[in-house]
Write a protein that binds this ligand. Sequence first.
Ligand SMILES: Cc1cc2nc3c(=O)[nH]c(=O)nc-3n(C[C@H](O)[C@H](O)[C@H](O)COP(=O)(O)OP(=O)(O)OC[C@H]3O[C@@H](n4cnc5c(N)ncnc54)[C@H](O)[C@@H]3O)c2cc1C
Length: 414
Amino acid sequence: MSEVNEREVIAEVRAWLAANWNPDQTLVDWRSKLADAGWGMPHWPEQWHGRGLPVRLLPVINDEFVAAGAVGAAATGPRILASVTLLEHGSDVLKARFLRRILTGEDGWCQLFSEPGSGSDLAGATTRADFDGTQWIVNGQKVWNTSAHHADYGLLVARTDWDAPKHQGLTYFVLDMRQPGVEVLPLKQMNGHASFNQVFFTDAKIPADWIVGTSNNGWPVAMTTLAHERRPATGVTGASTEGRRGRVYEEARIEAEIANEPYRWYPQRAGRVDLVIARAKETGAWTDPVVRQEIAKLLTLARCTNWMARRAAAAHRIGRPQGPEGSLGKLAGSNVARQAAHVHTLISGAEAMLSGKDGPHDGIIAEILVSVPATSIAGGTDEIQRNIIGERVLGLPKEPRSDTGPFRDIRRNT
Ligand SMILES: Cc1cc2nc3c(=O)[nH]c(=O)nc-3n(C[C@H](O)[C@H](O)[C@H](O)COP(=O)(O)OP(=O)(O)OC[C@H]3O[C@@H](n4cnc5c(N)ncnc54)[C@H](O)[C@@H]3O)c2cc1C
């Protein structure tokens, strides 16, 4: 798109906001207008609540929302995973049923992939879905499902063919979480938060056509979801609601409080590099040459990781497919978080172990130490990223496999 057209887009969104934005309406009414006009997800196709604009225009469109004080679409977290997966692989029936309500925030979503016996080995899933002639019947268990306790729908990977090789017998479904056959049990973490759940299925039902992609071809669909998990979310997020008055802002604040509650510890999970210098000055640790050396190492790592993320975001904006930055960035993020936890320990000493209000920085330092390990697990562990980098980026030979042939005959621990 030329410079002139970019200016036209800016003029168009500005005029539309002037005519439509009003903080004294319900959040759903406002978001419905966004979905009708295509300004909530302007890079989505026109047929599906977008305007078919290039991703690179999102920041300038977002700037207009911020300037007008307008709230954006609801597509964040698991909702964005659901929407991008449905857009790429979903039937028109599924897109028509779910995409609009994702944008308006009327439905919450979760990801039902990991199982007690298959996390890294996602293709080893044993939760089963059997077709009874009219619908799919699901039995089994998932685990570590973030936000499942708030979710209306789940993105489910289940085994539908036990005689096919393991990657070819999986189907990707949309599952209604609000039904008697679905039991959600929360898990409490060592950092005191409860983001995750175990989800049990006992004859849970899925309509025949709620398959994303085609039957027994769920693996590439799951790969789409995972690729987006390792890339920043896109969409018009709009203005901050902080300190603003009006019905839309109040409802958006309540929505954010509920939706963000499972993620409150995520900044600590990333190591809180932002606290390091202030803490080192506060405690006097900044005069210690060893501490200074480790801080310099941390900030160098963090700066390089940030440049890599910016390179990936720039490639995404001009429409390039995801490159090695996904796995490299994920691994670099783990290294930064681990080094940050090490530096916080050096700075705070034994006090770093004190949790709650009595601990340094109101217990945040202790929370960092017990939250950082999650960085190297979520969305694919460090070892799995190294395997991907070895095989797909460096071209090293693949690991020898012992899991070929019909899934039914593969030796496994479940
Ligand atoms: C913050 C967070 C959020 C999450 N959210 C969700 C969610 O919403 N939905 C969901 O379904 N899951 C979710 N998960 C689960 C996550 O996807 C799994 O924990 C992850 O894939 C690892 O699986 P696992 O825990 O079963 O570990 P395992 O796969 O059992 O791995 C155990 C250890 O063995 C290593 N290992 C395994 N295979 C190999 C191999 N081939 N080569 C070398 N080393 C190997 C691993 O690196 C690890 O160190 C979340 C996890 C976290 C921490």
